[in-house]
Write a protein that binds this ligand. Structure first.
Ligand code: MSP
Length: 610
């Protein structure tokens, strides 16, 4: 029987359409679920919505709908978002599902019978946004510390859960297991629990949008006692029982407390096994500001996918920020990674290898000790040996998925260096090509949890031994910065040696720098910074380059001048003109002075520079 693996996302409030924050948690769980499937495990991946509570009731009232109708209308938004993001969940649970309501009622009764739920009166500051009470010392200037909004003082008859009773058991759990992850979030929870736990209000009788208490129908429970049990109730379905306890609950840091204090205490009280781990990831900001719909600081799912395509978005989210830490989202950063990492590194490797393999074929290297993952030990496939599969597996086991992804890309870099070094286009060495093909098959498999569509396209090309040139995987996206990075107005910070990005000699050697002679200069209608230059580049023939030097040079200054260009840059369209390279110029920090780099003696156009 296959090992079981159970993973969950938080169940989201369906009071609005999902955004990038919800997408992040859900894609993370999808990546981990896919990885575990690849390991041959039987996976159960649960997501859903948290339909009850005051927050939803208020949103429904505002929309002039009854809460069930209001949430019913929003559920398709969540389901279609997960579909668009290629998220392969197994069940979408709602707290209004009858099987879930029945489980919650049974457990309420059990905890009431064992004395952990009792009737009382509660006075506290209630934030509807968090659906939680705060004490006076938690508040910041009388406001909720999360939502920063004024908070209401509530005094109500309520049923209380004896949370205080579980303080020591919880502390023991944290000390003895890996329940709290990542490690750096552990101490904060331990410290807060050590300060003491107050019993918790779990019911209200001033509204009825929740699950009625079986022992007092005038009260409903909602959100935390109701919602957290979704993880358990989904496993009461026939055939799913063995998935409990869950391997991991993936949550945002905002709800770590509820999952690591209330949740295990509820389960202890109900006599149920505890999940193995709760993993909290950080928060995304947008252009360094908190994501907020009212301030227009939000990225919708369609916008996210629209920037550079689905797989680039999925890739970016786990490459840009450490999983567990906060990250700042910007379209520019996403496009940058799409262009420089997916198109240049992965795309080039695939396109080069497939076209060379189509031309010259591949020749298998004998592999006496091939292990299950197809990795050859003690063979000539020196390239594949550089793949640190063990490390990647370890990262996945600890849910450090960003680290796993960087490790895969470190191997992609190795492969690109290997091509550059072995020059199969000159040697036509079919064994070299075989090593590359075999490595790419591994890369596609390892990347499949992150970028499933692209991985499948790569797998289709490299599946057979007769390889055909691959279609382009990632088309580069032009940005204003990529047009003329040297001549734009952004301030370049004063760099010290430590924060200068170093490159390998091989990277520099890729540049084809040439002497070129400016033969003709034309203005471009509607462009006040650009000239269209016609250049003579000796053996390379004539070139057109658009250059942002109009403010610094007249036509006469330029005519006949010898300059240095990068001749092998991918052509770019600027103002409708295809620019075939880039010229080199020095500029002061404020960009007010720009000076072309010229050879200091008469040297023929087309001469190489380096
Ligand atoms: N309904 C509760 C959870 C109950 S789970 C038993 C809830 N719902 S929520 O709709 O507010 O979703 C919260 C989750 O969305 C966060 O924990 C986090 O996973 C995700 N995010 C929402 N905004 C986010 C960011 N800006 N950045 C990253 N993730 C964030 O809380």
């Amino acid at each position: 029987m296959a090992e079981k693996f159970y993973i969950t996302t938080p169940i989201y409030y369906p009071n609005d359409v999902p955004h990038i924050g919800h997408a992040y948690t859900t894609i993370a769980a999808d990546v981990i679920a896919r990885w575990n499937k690849l390991q041959g495990k039987e996976v159960f991946f649960l997501t859903g919505t948290d339909d009850h509570g005051k927050k939803i009731l208020e949103a429904a009232t505002k929309a002039n709908k009854i809460p069930k109708q209001f949430t019913d209308d929003l559920i398709p938004e969540f389901k279609s978002a997960w579909k668009k993001l290629n998220v392969n969940y197994d069940r979408f649970i709602r707290t209004t599902d009858p099987d879930h309501e029945a489980v919650v009622q049974q457990i309420l009764q059990k905890c009431f019978d064992n004395g952990d739920i009792y009737k009382g009166e509660y006075e506290g500051f209630y934030c509807t946004g968090c659906e939680a009470y705060f004490t006076e010392k938690d508040l910041e200037d009388g406001c909720c510390p999360i939502h920063k909004k004024p908070i209401e003082l509530l005094k109500e008859e309520t049923y209380m859960f004896r949370l205080s009773k579980y303080q020591n058991k919880l502390l023991e759990l944290y000390e003895k297991t890996n329940f709290l992850a990542p490690r750096h979030r552990k101490q904060e929870i331990i410290n807060r629990v050590k300060e003491g736990l107050r019993d918790l209000s779990i019911s209200r009788n001033s509204f009825n949008w929740g699950i009625p208490l079986p022992f007092d129908k005038t009260h409903v429970t909602y959100v935390w006692f109701d919602a957290l049990f979704n993880y358990y109730s989904a496993t009461r379905e026939k055939g799913k029982e063995d998935f409990w306890p869950a391997n991991v609950h993936i949550v945002g840091k905002d709800i770590f407390w509820f999952h690591t204090v209330y949740w295990p205490a509820f389960l202890m009280s109900a006599g149920l096994e505890l999940p193995k781990q709760v993993f909290a990831h950080g928060w995304w900001t947008l252009d360094k500001e908190k994501i907020s719909k009212s301030r227009g600081k939000v990225i919708s799912i369609d916008e996210l996918i629209g920037i550079a395509g689905l797989d680039s978005a999925r890739y970016f989210l786990f490459r840009e920020a450490s999983f567990g830490e906060d990250g700042d989202f910007s379209k520019e950063a996403l496009i940058d990674r799409h262009n420089n990492e997916l198109a240049n590194k992965l795309g080039n490797l695939i396109s080069r290898t497939s076209s060379l393999a189509e031309k010259y074929g591949i020749e298998k290297i004998a592999c006496p000790n091939q292990d299950e993952s197809n990795i050859c030990e003690g063979t000539e496939n020196n390239l594949l040996k550089k793949l640190n599969l063990k490390q990647i597996e370890e990262y996945f086991e600890e849910y450090r998925i960003d680290k796993a992804l960087s490790e895969i890309f470190a191997f992609i870099d190795h492969c690109n260096e290997f091509v550059q070094h072995e020059k199969p286009w000159e040697t036509h060495d079919t064994k070299v090509l075989y090593q590359l093909v075999e490595s790419i098959r591994q890369i596609a498999k390892l990347l499949s949890p992150f970028i499933p569509d692209t991985a499948e396209r790569i797998q289709e090309v490299f599946a057979k031994d007769q390889i055909k040139k691959a279609p382009i995987l990632f088309t580069k996206i032009e940005t204003s910065e990529s047009i003329s990075p040297k001549l734009n107005n952004t301030e370049i910070p004063n760099k010290t040696m430590e924060n200068v990005t170093t490159i390998q000699f091989e990277d520099f050697a890729k540049l084809d720098l040439r002497v070129a002679e400016i033969e003709n200069i034309e203005d471009i209608p509607g462009a006040d910074k650009l000239y269209k230059l016609t250049l003579g580049v000796g053996e390379l023939g004539e070139r057109t380059i658009c250059a942002g030097i109009k403010q610094f040079y007249n036509h006469d200054d330029l005519k006949g001048k010898k300059i240095i260009i990068i001749a092998n840059l991918e052509p770019r369209k600027l103002k409708g003109i295809t620019s075939q390279g880039m010229l080199l110029a020095a500029s002061t920090k404020d960009k007010k002075t720009v000076s072309l780099i010229s050879p200091d003696s008469d040297i023929a156009p087309g001469s190489t520079v380096g």
